[in-house]
Design a binder for this molecule. Structure first.
Ligand code: PEP
Ligand code: MG
Length: 875
């Protein structure tokens, strides 16, 4: 079996399609080699070795050792150098690379192959002792840290001390002798830590390989996979890339950098990146020295820049996606060290996908598949209320690393930020810089602010990936983490104080600034969603109770209302007293009187909705919650309400008492309520049909009302209600002499309704799955109390998702499938939708598409997400 894949001089054994075994980095190094792009020679140890290692008691497969050694020999041949050769030493980098890119998660070791002898050889070979000893001390540091677990700070402190003693500020100001001394000090650190630095280069190599493989299971890698929902049982493993070193720190005509083929923030088509002259790769990523914008490279080395631009263009056309590359220039010669699909903000993701369709690089379908539903969600995220923002004080400005508006309390410690964030508090994580240890805190913060680092620093890259607003490198901020405050000039901001950050401008503002949400779609996202509409089969409607929401829903592309919860209208200030009068009525006459007062108000509500949804269906659900929800519960409020209603407190209290139920969600609600009090349903029918008639007559607006009965479990409940509603509606329409088409249907939210869906479909003209109640009743999980144990269920792996968020395919989903089939068999033109929360969840939408539903209905802000998800489900 083959475990090692070699690449050199335009010929590679691997290719881009082999990501599963070569990892992203290895596969792309091979692909670039085959494309004739200058890549230093090297080889990749396949991820199967990592898998083998973890399933075979931390051992390697047979033959691996020989294969690696043979590959090293080949590498010696093509480079004309020798591994461990004191005259012409071959040095290599050892880097991880999994199939899914996990930036900053795995470890890299550079300059491997240096020891007390080869360092001398390197010095002679390059005629540059300073360079050689600098490379050696870097290697000692990286190897000690990543392969042997010696704390990085030990080395850093020693370096700082050396610089202090010499009275210099930058590493580059240390000379060869200083670095030579530093090497001795570093070796002593190994001794103090009881670790042996191997002079044998093959020992170095195998320790480094093992370190890479071990880093796959490091705490931070595991955490990254958790956050990004990469399951451990899909055990992908990491490959190990061993590549001949090229040096960006050989003087002023050398350098290293990273670049994107398009702007990862805005998506704009222009090269975007950073460059550090006379530096080695980790200097850029670690944010130790502040890099120059890529345009500086054009100024300093125009020829090399031109070559870089051509290569980047070639790569983008080849991969048909925005690329993120690493490059090194060794004495004027350009090398590509890596290419991958670049991480980008949601806004950029949408723009790039749409632009690439226009450029003829990808199809509309590909564009629709490329944008994630979360991207759509994020670009519709809140922005600062401009008026409020204008009043706030800007205290600092950093780099606009990841766009979006965020406001929260200042927290310096990542663990604390994570804890508070989990408890629903809004926090801004403020750090000098971030490292993989901070990822948990970043995930739960509203936004991230750092005082150091550039646009490609850890904080910037990770925040963009998470879609979190971030401002980085705000250098005027002095973070006093231990003392619990940060300072800008003479402004002191303490932990717990509110600040706001604008990731699009880089501004840091004092205080809590309210945010507002965009009210419509324009530009690229509108275009992308139009393509999605051409592709999808599922209709997308909105859950909306008031005209404002219906209006947002229309702007976002909703094709009707799938659920209007009429009870919400009764809670409004001018309604609730009338509603209460109705509830406390002792006779039917009294109740009808109170209902008659509600009727004109409710009719106006419906007219408002119908007007906005002209020509589209509007599903109106009759009253659903138990009546006690409309009455006050505590004594003081009961007294006040009793006074308003002109009754004694005792009387009202008795009524409140009489309405109490042990299980109100399984109690006197839904159709059970209107079966007891048909006059409520009659009033609501009059309001619905009356509104439709008036709009038709007065404004010639066509309305398609769908009257929906909630909580039906037995067909007879529906039969009973339908008869009452139909009588009232038909009578009104006849009297009005206009043509109104209306439908009567039912929610399917009780398991019994699913099981008897064929019976029910004989009576219902449409179904709408109430997956909130259906999930509640299928699992017997209270939807209001599940928080008590759900976290444990998720953590212990009993459930994979919150079933109230993502439909439970195997249980609740089976009921949905069955009811849809039975229903459509019994009535071929039965319209079937869903209006529970799941109607806006992409994973659930995929299921509804497959189950043959006709539409989903979700909250107005999720309509664009649902449009995209529905299209993706169809592809
Ligand atoms: C449902 O149960 O899924 C539903 C849409 O109704 P409600 O959330 O109002 O109970
Ligand atoms: Mg319900």
């Amino acid at each position: 079996k083959k475990y090692v894949y070699f690449f050199a001089n335009g010929v590679a054994e691997g290719k881009a399609e082999m990501k599963d075994i070569l990892g992203g980095k290895g596969a792309n190094l091979a692909e670039m080699t085959n494309l004739g792009i200058p890549v230093p020679p090297g080889f990749t140890i396949s991820a199967e070795v990592c898998r083998y290692y973890y399933t075979h008691g931390h051992t390697y497969p047979e033959g691996l050792k020989e294969e690696v050694e043979a590959a090293m020999k080949r590498l010696e041949q093509v480079t004309g150098k020798g591994f461990g050769d004191p005259k012409r030493p071959l040095l290599v980098s050892v880097r991880s690379g999994a199939a899914i890119s996990m930036p900053g998660m795995m470890d890299t070791i550079l300059n491997l192959g240096l020891n007390d002898e080869t360092v001398e050889g390197l010095a002679k070979m390059t005629n540059n002792p300073r360079f050689a000893y600098d490379a050696y001390r870097r290697f000692l540091q990286m190897f000690g840290d990543t392969a042997l677990g010696i704390p990085r700070s030990k080395f850093e402190n020693a370096l700082e001390e050396m610089k202090k003693a010499k009275g210099v500020k930058f590493d580059v100001e240390l000379d060869a002798n200083d670095l030579k001394k530093l090497v001795e000090i570093f070796k002593n650190i190994y001794k103090e830590e009881n670790k042996e630095f191997p002079q044998d280069v093959y020992k170095q190599l195998w320790l480094a390989i093992e370190a890479v493989i071990k880093s796959w299971m490091s705490e931070r890698a595991v955490k990254y996979r958790q956050i990004h929902n990469i399951r451990e049982d899909q055990m992908l493993g990491t490959a190990v890339n061993i590549v001949a070193m090229v040096f960006g720190n050989m003087g002023e005509n050398s350098g290293t950098g990273v670049a994107f083929t398009r702007d990862p923030n805005t998506g704009e088509k222009k090269i975007y990146g950073e460059f550090l002259p006379n530096a080695q790769g980790e200097d850029v990523v670690a944010g130790i020295r502040t890099p120059l914008p890529i345009s500086e490279l054009e100024r300093l080395m125009p020829q090399t820049y031109k070559e870089l631009v051509e290569i980047m263009d070639k790569l983008e056309r080849h991969y048909k996606d925005m690329q993120d590359i690493e490059f090194t220039i060794e004495e004027g010669k350009l090398y590509l060290l890596q290419t991958r699909s670049g991480k980008r903000t949601s806004r950029a993701a949408i723009k790039i996908a749409v632009d690439m369709v226009h450029e003829g690089l990808i199809t509309k379908e590909e564009a629709v598949l490329r944008v994630k539903p979360e991207d759509v969600e994020r670009v519709l995220h809140p922005r600062f209320d401009e008026k409020e923002r204008a009043k706030a004080t800007v205290i600092a400005k950093g780099l606009p690393a990841s766009p979006g508006a965020a406001t929260g309390k200042v927290i310096f410690d990542s663990h604390k930020a994570e804890e508070l964030g989990r408890n629903g508090e809004m926090v801004i994580l403020v750090r000098p810089e971030t490292s993989p240890e901070d990822v948990g805190g970043m995930a739960f913060a509203q936004g991230i602010l750092t005082s150091r680092g550039g646009m490609t620093s850890h904080a910037a890259v990770v925040a963009r990936g998470m879609g979190k607003p971030a401002v980085v490198g705000a250098e005027m901020i002095e973070v006093k983490e231990e003392e619990g405050f940060f300072r800008v000039n003479n402004v002191v901001v303490k932990e717990g104080d509110w600040i706001s950050i604008d990731g699009a401008t880089g501004e840091v503002l004092l205080g809590k600034i309210p945010t507002i949400r965009p009210m419509g779609l324009e530009g690229e996202i509108a275009e992308l969603l139009k393509w999605a509409d051409e592709i999808r089969r599922l209709g997308v409607r909105a859950n909306a109770d008031i005209p404002r929401d219906a209006d947002v829903a229309r702007r976002f592309g909703a094709e009707g209302i799938g659920l209007c919860r009429t009870e919400h209208m009764f809670f409004e200030k001018d309604r609730i007293p009338k509603m209460r009068k109705m509830i406390v009525a002792k006779t039917k006459e009294e109740r009808e009187k109170a209902l008659n007062e509600l009727l004109p108000l409710q009719k106006e509500d419906f007219k408002g909705l119908f007007r906005i949804m002209a020509g589209y269906p509007v599903t109106i659900r009759l009253i659903d919650p138990p009546l006690h929800e409309f009455l006050p519960q505590d004594d003081e409020q009961i007294e006040a309400t009793a006074r308003e209603l002109g009754m004694s407190a005792k009387e009202l209290k008795d009524i409140v008492e009489s309405l109490k139920e042990l299980n109100p969600m399984l109690g006197h609600r839904g159709c059970r309520l209107t079966i007891t009090y048909p006059e409520i349903a009659i009033m609501q029918t009059k309001a619905i049909i009356g509104a439709a008639i008036e709009l038709k007559k007065e404004e010639n607006i066509d309305v398609i009302p769908e009257i929906m009965i909630p909580l039906v479990g037995h067909v007879n409940e529906l039969v009973y209600m339908k008869k009452i509603i139909k009588e009232v509606a038909d009578q009104m329409i006849k009297e009005a002499g206009v043509q109104i088409e209306y439908k009567i249907g039912t929610m399917i939210e009780v398991p019994r309704a699913c099981v008897t869906a064929d019976e029910i479909a004989k009576e219902a003209e449409f179904f709408s799955f109430g997956t909130n109640d259906l999930t509640q009743m299928t699992f017997a999980f209270s939807r209001d109390d599940i928080g008590k144990f759900l976290p444990e269920y998720l953590q212990k792996g009993i459930l994979e998702h919150d079933p109230f968020k993502t439909l439970d395919y195997e249980g609740v989903g089976k009921l949905v499938e069955m009811a849809t089939q039975k229903g459509k068999q019994a009535r071929s033109n039965l319209k079937v939708g869903v209006c529970g929360e799941h109607g806006g969840d992409p994973r659930s939408i995929r299921f509804f598409h497959k189950a043959g539903l006709d539409y989903v209905s979700c909250s107005p802000y999720r309509v664009p997400i649902a449009r995209l998800a529905a299209a993706q489900a169809a592809l």
